[in-house]
Design a protein around this ligand. Structure first.
Ligand SMILES: Nc1ncnc2c1ncn2[C@@H]1O[C@H](COP(=O)(O)OP(=O)(O)OP(=O)(O)O)[C@@H](O)[C@H]1O
Length: 501
């Protein structure tokens, strides 16, 4: 049974290490060919399995094709004559469920044994059981970028195979497919993976991010301005750049207003924070409330998209092999995630939040129009952004808006650099092993609410610098990863020429 001792599933010992009175060597959920998901246990007597339990309220029972029939079984060690790693192959399941294909690709191991013939006990017959284990969940968007998602996965899959990083691959069939799958998985299912890998662009990454966080992540909402949601008549504030000296930390919606949201540990700005491996400060989560993901869970991205800003900002290159190597070598880096809350008034006049998350950029006005327009031309591939961008630019539409924001003074912000007062050589561009990202972000001093009202061509908020080949320095040249800051880009109505500049 060497195959089992190979680290495949050996880490899942029960707390007392015993099973059925025998010393339990391991117990884990695996897939059994022709059957489905089973709890497999190895003790000193042999291997035994039983259908994986599906709690009544477990929404994933359909997704995972869990088996209902009695398909428990066992093999005595003394009857096993061989066990082999069969490498990569497909497992067939009994049921076809709504999202998954009947055949699932995964790493396999086969146990060969003998069994006595039912009709004549003296005749021994061959039996074999093929088990599969999923460790990495890979989503491949076949439509991303130039439609090369599957080809890109084909290039990097051997790296995962060689590194014995087992992967269960889902080729997405529609927009929202990955989001639906990830959000409908139970934490238990997610915790059976070491991580998720997206093969696609920033859109697929953000979609999976939302699938992971929307139903699981509990935190306070971002700060709101003091007079937020006041009726227009009550709002007598001046039109431009009103300043008010207020502590940012006081502007979370009253907790009593949101009794279902448990309070979690936050820094003074309400951000749940943790330190990355490198000691850099991050606003991601390590919180008791957030039982998923387990500590070693990773979220990787292999570039196959149109712009791939997240990959360029994190690895410094738009190269699938570089990203695959980062993933199999277990490298990690902390990223800020922006929570975008849209407050909607419901039919019965209650104000309710609609929450989304992004790791890259949020835009209104020009950016929103370009995205909406470009979706009509997805068939063009990445060129659609040039086409839709030019159309939107020529249209030159501006929007009336009022933007309130907390102007955070941090030791990581460099207003001179942003306003173009610093020469390029003096700017600290975020690269691999960036010193700024490695410095703990301690000095976020009290902030002011500022306000800007008027006609805007575009309103953008960048979480990262958003570099791409067209904009090598990014939209925000001196943005850093995991600095806890959102960079606001406000462009008021101006001439075409000025906007282009
Ligand atoms: N099979 C599919 N068919 C159509 N759309 C899909 C499919 N799978 C995923 N998508 C959607 O495509 C969107 C964009 O995907 P992705 O980010 O991988 O590519 P992209 O070309 O970089 O696009 P973008 O620039 O919008 O990020 C995702 O938000 C996702 O919802």
């Amino acid at each position: 049974m060497e195959v089992v001792g190979n680290g495949l599933i050996a880490e899942n010992l029960t707390s007392n290490g015993h099973y059925n009175g025998e010393q339990l060597h391991f117990s884990s959920v695996v897939f059994l060919d022709h059957v489905g998901e089973v709890n497999l246990s190895l003790n000193s007597k042999g291997l035994s399995w039983s259908p994986a339990e599906s709690p009544n309220n477990d929404k994933s029972s359909c997704f995972d094709g869990k088996i209902k029939s009695d398909t428990a079984g066992e093999i005595n060690i003394s009857d096993v004559y061989a066990a082999e790693v069969a490498d990569w192959g497909s497992i067939r399941r009994l049921t076809r469920c709504c999202f998954m294909h009947q055949n699932s690709e995964m790493y396999l191991f086969v146990v060969h044994a003998m069994q006595r013939s039912k009709s004549k006990a003296s005749v021994w017959q061959l039996v074999e059981y093929t088990f599969g284990h999923k460790d990495q969940l890979v989503f491949v968007n076949p439509k991303s970028g130039k439609g090369t998602g599957q080809k890109v996965w084909g290039v990097v899959a051997p790296i995962f195979a060689r590194a014995k990083v087992r992967a269960q691959v889902t080729v997405t069939e529609r927009a929202g497919h990955a989001l639906d799958l990830v959000s409908s998985m139970t934490s238990r299912e997610l915790n059976s993976y070491d991580g998720i890998v997206a093969v696609g662009g920033d859109g697929l990454f953000n979609e999976i991010l939302n699938g992971l966080l929307t139903s699981r992540f509990k935190t306070k909402y971002p700060p709101v301005p003091p007079d937020f949601m006041a009726s227009p008549e009550e709002d007598a504030s001046p039109s431009v750049s009103e300043r008010s000296e207020i502590d940012a930390g006081t502007f979370y919606p009253n907790e009593d207003q949101f009794p279902l949201l448990p309070t979690s540990r936050h820094n003074e700005y309400g951000f749940p924070s943790f330190r990355t491996e490198d000691g850099a400060c991050s606003t991601a989560v390590e919180d008791g409330e957030f039982s998923f993901p387990h500590k070693w869970f990773r979220f990787g991205l292999i570039p196959a998209g149109s712009t791939d800003a997240i990959v360029i900002c994190t690895t410094g290159a738009r190269d699938p092999i570089t990203s695959a190597l980062h993933i199999v070598l277990g490298k990690r880096i902390g990223l800020d995630i922006a929570q975008v809350v849209k407050w909607k008034t419901t039919m019965n006049s209650r104000i309710e939040p609609s929450v989304h998350y992004t790791a890259s950029f949020v835009g209104y006005g020009f950016y929103g129009d370009v995205i909406t327009e470009s979706e009509k031309y997805r068939w063009m591939g990445p060129q659609r952004y040039d086409f839709a961008g030019t159309k939107t630019f020529l249209r030159h539409r501006s929007y009336e808006a009022e933007i309130s924001y907390l102007d955070v003074k941090s030791d990581k912000t460099d207003p001179e650099a942003f306003q173009g007062h610093k020469r390029k050589s003096e700017q600290i561009i975020c690269r691999a092993d960036c010193k700024v990202c490695k410095t703990p972000c301690s000095d976020m001093t009290k902030s002011n609410w500022l306000r800007s009202r008027g006609q805007f061509l575009s309103v953008g908020a960048a979480v990262i610098s958003c570099r791409n080949e067209r904009a090598p320095d990014g939209l925000v040249a001196d943005a850093h990863l995991a600095d806890g800051l959102l960079h606001l880009i406000l462009i008021k109505n101006c001439s075409h020429a000025l906007y282009l500049w």
